[in-house]
Each structure stands twice: as C-alpha cells, then as structure tokens.
Design a protein around this ligand. Structure first.
Ligand code: 13P
Length: 334
C-alpha cells in the first residue's frame, strides 16, 4: 500500500468545488430506468447514453471523478476512443464499482435484508480495473429501516464486507469509497434515521479500524439523515443539515480522507439544498461534497429518452445539474 498515492487520489476526488458523478447503475437498475422512459435496454443504448454523460463538454469544471460499472470501463465512443481515455484527458479520475450483486441475508417481517456479493474474486478483478485506468472504486451496502430492522447481525456482516473490500483496494493503491446507504424508503422519523445511521457508522469504523484500513486513504459515501420518503411532516432542510452534520461529527473519525453524499431518492432540488445548507453551516474537519447519481442525471436522461438525437440538450442539462451541486458544495447555490 502506497499511502502517498492514496491520499493524493483522495485530495483530487474531494477538491473543491467539485464532486463525483455516479453512473454505475447495475444492469437491473439501468433496465428499470430505461424501460420506464421507453428506451430499449440494449448494450448499445447503454453505451450511447454513457457516451453522452462522459463526453459532456466542460463537465470537468464540476466533476472530479466518474464511477463506472465494469462494462462502461471497457467501452468506447462511436469514434472508437475508450471512455476511460476521454475521462483521463479531462483530468477526471476513473472509478469502477466493485460489487457484483446482492443476495438475501435474511427476511424480517417479510422485508428482505440484502447483502452485497463479489468479494471472492475481487482481488483479481481490481487488478483488471486498475489496468483499465481506475484509481478508485466503490462498494455499497443497503440498510433498510423498518420494524426490528436493521438487525445487528446484518450491520456487522455488511461492515465486515466493506472493510475487506477496502483492504483489497488499498493493497492495489486504489481509493475505496465505502458506502453504507441507509435507505430513504419507509415512513420513519428523522430521529430514527439518525439513530440507525449513527449506530451503523460506529460499527463500520470499528470494523475498518480492526481490519487495519488506512482511514486517510478512504472516502466515506453516506446517506444524509432524513425522514423516510413516506413520513408525514418530513423534516426541514435546516434540520436535515444540522442532524447530518451532528451525526458525522460524532461518529466519523477525523482521520477519514473525505466525505461525499449520495442523493438516494431525494428530489434534485432537495439534494442540492441539503448540501448547500450543510456547506454554509460548516464546522466539520472534512470538506463535504456530492457523489450523486440520480440527482445529476435525472433531467439529462429524460431529455435523451425523449429525443435521442439531441445529445447537446441532454448534455446541457447534465452540466447545469453538475454546476448546481458544485455551487452547493461551497454553499453558494442559494
Ligand atoms: P444516487 O445519488 O442516485 O443515490 O446514486 C449514488 C450512488 O452511487 C448510489 O450507490
């Protein structure tokens, strides 16, 4: 492990006023989003869409890294240039997502807790991603809030997997993005989300530390502390910002290299407002920024689905969303 390489990559990825763009939707998720908008789910359509995202002029002003699925990391533009070469030319870091899918860990009150798979051959695969140009990677665990959920056993096992993944990455000088996402689904209160997020972060960092992960060489990708999507009287922007900051301050070790947020089903506007408000409040040892997927892609995808010929309009929408979140990351959006 070269600590210098790891911390330099972390600094590039979290350099203000930029953030990370996640375009690593799994095949299943991508199918759902394409089919909802009437886009045929073919490899060529996925390539075409991701070419649009990767070749957007000027995006490098707002985006420090793209997270890809392994399929995208090997694809080329219609003019036969590797996507990874385009990103490198723009000075954007390439990341490849590490997990291969989910399996059911257990079922509680008819709700499935799903755990991430892909560790057994990851030490091999990461070498291929590195050869393809990756300097960082991502592993996401999904934590569901519900009656008697999440269970302690599940939190411990998913944290152990995050720690094993992070160790394998760092042995190859690849920065691991460690992403335990507390899901927005449900009608829980913001206090419940706070309690679950705080407890889970504690478990995750206990496991990372005991596995010997080099904390300045990781990025934590976290969900915000929010009311459930179906909750009545959802918490205000200010409360989300305050409680998220408090939760991170109390549960994330200061040495951690950087913190980025996922948008996780918030509206585009909410995701920007929450980040903007947190940036204004400040008071944390890390510069907070975004690693959004949906909240940056939504409008561009809708525009392209309606009018695939008009790539320029979709790219303009992508650029505007990236810029909005870049401004939010320095508290200058509103
Ligand atoms: P969203 O911002 O759409 O939640 O995606 C970010 C991500 O990478 C989830 O793993």
């Amino acid at each position: 492990m070269d600590k210098d390489i790891l911390t330099k990559t972390v600094s590039r990825l979290t350099a203000s006023p930029k953030g990370i763009l996640a375009i690593d939707e799994s095949l299943g998720t991508c199918r759902g989003r394409f089919e909802k908008l009437g886009v045929p789910f073919t490899e060529e359509k996925r390539r075409e869409y991701r070419e649009l995202l990767i070749t957007t002029p000027g995006i490098e002003e707002y985006i420090s890294g793209y997270i890809l699925v392994s399929e995208t990391a090997l694809q080329k533009t219609k003019n036969n240039i590797l996507f990874t070469d385009i990103l490198n030319q723009k000075g954007i870091c390439v990341g490849v997502t590490a997990y291969t899918g989910y399996s059911v860990f257990d079922t509680v009150n008819e709700v499935k807790q799903e755990i991430t798979e892909g560790l057994s051959d990851f030490a091999q695969r990461i070498k291929e991603y590195k050869k393809a140009g990756a300097v960082f990677s991502k592993w996401r665990e999904m934590i569901r809030i519900g009656e008697n959920l999440p269970t302690e056993e599940f939190l411990i096992e998913s944290a152990k997997r995050l720690a094993q993944y992070a160790l394998i990455c760092q042995a190859e000088d690849i920065v691991p993005i460690v992403e335990p996402e507390v899901m927005i689904d449900g009608n829980h209160s913001i206090e419940k989300c706070y309690e679950v997020t705080a407890h889970n972060l504690k478990i995750v960092f206990d496991e990372l530390k005991s596995a010997g992960v080099f904390l300045p060489g990781i990025i934590l990708k976290t969900s915000m502390v929010l009311s459930g999507k179906d909750a009545q009287n959802r918490a205000s922007v200010k409360d989300v910002a305050k409680m998220t900051i408090k939760c991170l301050k109390e549960n994330v070790p200061k040495e951690v290299g950087g913190i980025v947020f996922l948008s996780g089903g918030q509206s585009d506007e909410e995701a920007s407002l929450h980040l903007d408000t947190m940036s204004k409040l400040g008071g944390l040892p890390w510069h907070l920024t975004f690693s959004y997927g949906r909240a940056i892609q939504n409008l561009a995808l809708q525009s392209w689905a309606k009018n695939p010929e008009d790539v320029a309009s979709a790219q303009r929408l992508l650029l505007e969303s990236a810029k909005r979140n870049s401004l939010a990351s320095v508290g200058k959006y509103k």
